[in-house]
Design a binder for this molecule. Sequence first.
Ligand code: PLP
Length: 480
Amino acid sequence: MDAEQLRENAHKMVDFIADYYKSIESFPVLSQVKPGYLRELLPDSAPNQPESLQDVLDDIRQKIIPGVTHWQSPNFFAYYPSNSSTAGFLGEMLSAAFNIVGFSWVTSPAATELEVIVLDWLAKILKLPNQFLSSGRGGGVIQGTASEAVLVVLLAARDKFLRKHGKRSLENLVVYASDQTHSAMQKACQIAGIYPENLRVLKAGYSSNYALTPEVVSEAISNDFSAGLIPFFLCATVGTTSSAAVDPLFELGKICKANDMWLHIDAAYAGSACICPEYRHCIDGVEEADSFGMNAHKWFLTNFDCSVLWVKERSALIQSLSTNPEFLKNKASQENTVVDFKDWQIPLGRRFRSLKLWMVLRLYGLENLQSYIRNHIKLAQQFEELIGYDSRFEVVAPRTFSLVCFRLLPPPNHEDEGYKLNYSLLDAVNSSGELFLSHTVLSGKFVLRMAVGAPLTEERHIKAAWKVLQDKATDLLSGN
Ligand code: PLP
């Protein structure tokens, strides 16, 4: 790497990126290209000779950006947010600069030690019980995604139970989740070799907000025990993907404890809100859990990827995931005085991701991070109020955080038309390029999801989004 060449080119790239952010509102939020568009625009093979950065940037402008969906646009309201920030960005840059592969402590002690410290900081901010801190038997680790997080804890729990009941009992191990649990749970079961018929997808409905009902969980567990099966793992969610429902952690935790089961809490999206004292109650009961995860890359200003996971018994993870090949042996690891995060995750190699989280925490500070969350929740509240003024629409599920689930009402006595009507509304809105929403189905109803959480979103974007929705609804209802 030629440092002067890097300086010159990186300055050009930073200018390019800053200009991109400045003009981000001018692009259609959802890319409007057709499948295969890029093959027609790029040559069939890589160049033999170097090309100029300017030529590449021109291609990015003309050929790549049209195929980009602008997740950082203030008019991006689909799925859940994926936050970028100056601090997160700078942390990513630095991580790319060091470009370490920090699998063991010795491969870059600062990477491991900073991760341990920053995850302890964040655990304290979230007021997680001390058992999740590195000072005891637990600790935190950064995974790439919430899917990896649930997989590694499922493996840890599976192996703990196999040690207890014998290897042959795999076919008897049963996992519990709700029909609102993220599909990452199902994938984790597939990978972990859980028998497909032993994943209980329980119907959610608790307090009419699509949360798990403790009685339903208890009944399923007791049926399984009676059938000679071994209930061993429950995944509860704080902020479900469809409607941001919060499962009743305290009750579920008691059930898990009484039945000697592993409780994992997936707070991928809503965990961030729990840094605010007024939302901390959403994770009351976390003291009963064995593991807890949230995606700092969703709603915590930390660039993708950064999924934080805490466990109470790090030895369970390590027993499942550690290997000790000769070529990785080193004094520090052998003496057992250090953390080797390779034993807490699926891959060997790992990036220096704690840098960006550390920079986010330091460059914003807790108070600003709390205001950031509160502002999005306020904007979502305003959007919900706007819906309330238009009798053609209804809010479909109670709003807890910054997600509003709503739909255009079908004509009276024509509920069957609701699906097509809202599908068409979603398509019209997203095709306009002015905003991007996604959908879900709740109780058979096709529902639009307005997830407020992009760092650049302001009140004017909420009002503009609502205007587009109203106009498109008017067009649809008048048959245009
Ligand atoms: N869990 C919940 C509640 C989610 O909302 C999501 C994604 O939106 C996931 C898990 C999966 O996240 P990841 O892409 O980090 O695996």
